[in-house]
Write a protein that binds this ligand. Structure first.
Ligand code: GDP
Ligand code: MG
Length: 177
């Protein structure tokens, strides 16, 4: 946070977690660059993108981290979580196994971050309604039980992507301001 000429600046680190191929990288590229890749290849190493927005006239920088494939090894490093203010925990509504993994990801998040971290459960690929395996009700129920926000998104057709990130960013802002 800096204070020049009365203008405040906030930097919020947000992490995206969840099983491989649920659409984490595409949610980020849709939000940050309005891009979708139908054949995204896994990249090596941790990457983040920064998005700027204004809340109450304050300049917010959201530094959003992507696992870049680490999750294939069933865990991401503690460096990934360090300093996070928010997390998007993503599953794929067309693959139940990715929903079954949510509790494991929550455990990992809880072991690295304290309970004040803003959390959003994200059911991605809502465009795949015809092959849906997890109902919206199930997502909502789990989120309520665990005290998470809940939203269904599609990185492919852009549904709710901006909203998902901005709810988390706004919650962080409310927590710190
Ligand atoms: P990650 O491993 O979680 O980062 O997942 P990716 O972003 O690499 O996406 C995995 C695959 O799912 C890719 O083939 C994407 O094109 C596809 N995908 C990602 N988001 C969506 C979505 O919202 N709808 C559909 N139909 N496919 C998606
Ligand atoms: Mg990825």
């Amino acid at each position: 946070m800096s204070d020049e000429e009365g203008s405040e600046e906030y930097l919020f680190k947000i992490v995206i977690i969840g099983d491989s191929a649920v659409g984490k990288s595409n949610l980020l590229s849709r939000y940050a660059r309005d891009e979708f890749n139908a054949h995204s290849k896994t990249t090596i190493g941790v990457e983040f993108q920064t998005q700027c927005l204004k809340i109450d006239g304050k300049e917010i920088k959201a530094q959003i981290w992507d696992t870049a494939g680490q999750e294939r090894f069933r865990a991401v490093t503690s460096a990934y979580y360090r300093g996070a203010f928010g997390a998007l925990l993503v599953y794929d509504i067309s693959r139940r196994t990715t929903f079954d993994s949510v509790s494991r990801w929550l455990d990992e998040l809880n072991s690295h971050c304290d309970s004040t971290v803003a959390r959003m459960l994200v059911g991605n690929k809502s465009d795949l309604e015809n092959i849906r395996e997890v109902t919206s009700e199930e997502g909502k129920t789990l989120a309520e039980a665990e005290g998470l926000f809940f939203i269904e998104t599609s990185a492919r057709d852009s549904t709710n992507v901006r909203t998902a990130f901005e709810i988390v960013i706004r919650e962080i802002y409310n927590n710190v301001s």
